[in-house]
Ligand binder design. Sequence first.
Ligand SMILES: Cc1cc2nc3c(=O)[nH]c(=O)nc-3n(C[C@H](O)[C@H](O)[C@H](O)COP(=O)(O)OP(=O)(O)OC[C@H]3O[C@@H](n4cnc5c(N)ncnc54)[C@H](O)[C@@H]3O)c2cc1C
Length: 510
Amino acid sequence: MTEQQIKRVVIAGGGTAGWMTAAALAKMVMPAGVSVTLVESEAIGTVGVGEATIPPITKFNTQLGIDEHTFVRETQATFKLGIEFADWGGLGESYFHPFGRYGFDLEGVEFHQYWSRLKSLGDAHGLADYSLNTLAAYTGKFLRPEPDHGAVIGQLGYAYHFDAGLYAAFLRRFAEDLGVTRIEGRIEEVEQDSGSGLITALSLDHDRRIEGDLFIDCTGFRGLLIDGAMASAHKDWSHWLPCNRAVAVACEKQGEPLPYTRSTAREAGWQWRIPLQHRIGNGYVYCDQHLSAEQAEETLLGSLDGAPVSSPNHLRFRTGHREEFWAGNCVAIGLSSGFLEPLESTSIHLIHMGIAKLVSLFPRSADAPVERAEYNRLMTDDFTHVRDFLILHYKATKRDDAPFWDYVREMDIPDSLAGKLELLKSQGRFFKYDAELFDVTSWLAVAEGQGWGPQGFNPIASGLSEANLKGSLANMRTSYAKAAQAMPTHQAYIDRFCKAAPISFATEPA
Ligand SMILES: Cc1cc2nc3c(=O)[nH]c(=O)nc-3n(C[C@H](O)[C@H](O)[C@H](O)COP(=O)(O)OP(=O)(O)OC[C@H]3O[C@@H](n4cnc5c(N)ncnc54)[C@H](O)[C@@H]3O)c2cc1C
């Protein structure tokens, strides 16, 4: 077996991507004798947005050994049970995409097949009546599910809303505690070997130079290494996801924080509302072919819950990803690797996925074609799966009140999505391909919520007698309603468990 030749990892950039990568490598890779150095520039700063997450983030923090309540306190986080979508299917309509599943399967048959059958018999109860996440969200409740809480509470899935700046600072403390070296400075040049093209060093301002064996590009949309030096092409998906700009602003909080994100469809895109403990994050994601920056800002500022506490931050982006996420000895993680609008809060998750795959495929030498090819294949799959789920939100609309909605309603969709939708729409059949992120609950929530739900049910759901079917589903509804009622309020949970004095990190003995 060849000796490990990667001894020095250099991370360029210290936003959410940079510090998540640094923290994970500190925990997982440094013990194998690899040093980690991170370069960032306070003068350049970070993108300054990115506050809503999805449930796998809890696993990322757990793997690092981070105490959840400390994390919630230190990042002004709140708990997120799902996303409310308003005005997406049609103006005046809304639905909830929950992070916990719907109902219980019976006799080995999926719950939603029984629900479809009951619906075909004229029953009007919606999927939300079988979702603890939805009932808890709309009554402002939260409880972290513990093993002894029983099967109903056990279905509760959750993620967080947090202050992105505080999260990066939190992870920085964690990573530095474990030995990551941070260098403040501006990267001015990327040095490459003239023969192999591999990156050898980063030249910084004030005549400084950092050599490395493996380089992680976390420089955000700039993609200094992956785009600039390695010239990895960009695969463009903007014909399916045409939003290309956003304006973000924070406002004062009003009352207790809701345990969910709200996404409201607007004239040429959509607006997010993300409640934190100390403020509310807001933004309008839009397509500049249909709306000017001034109009977007005016709409956003005119629809805040409280007074703004920051200046509007205007951002441009391109939807798609790098053809090669890993090129030569450079791995792009975060915005440098690609971007899909934050409609389902997936960017930080894609950072997590990039890190997890890098750790699994951590190379022995700077040139690692086998690991590189597999990494690129897996990340392309991850981006493609998320892309299809996002397109569903746009395609499955009845809105015809603005040219933007006419375009997305009538556009062609990828074959991968068309096939999936056909199966789902006919009889609620759904299969997860490869390591696909969103499961049947998510697809059902959005499809049904926007009027594209199953038209029929799998015939095997006829196995239960009608009386048994009605009784079983009525019992489920009662159990969910009672469980939601008994839960503490979201604010009470935060006050009770997440408000104690800060706990400093203790570096565990090796
Ligand atoms: C409008 C919008 C809303 C979003 N909302 C969400 C959301 O709700 N949920 C979610 O999961 N994600 C969201 N995202 C994505 C999320 O913000 C990013 O995935 C996340 O912040 C990671 O960014 P980053 O670290 O890759 O880049 P950045 O935050 O831009 O960090 C780049 C780093 O590189 C450094 N750098 C750049 N150039 C140099 C240089 N020359 N020398 C030295 N250092 C340099 C910078 O100083 C900075 O430290 C959103 C993104 C946008 C645009």
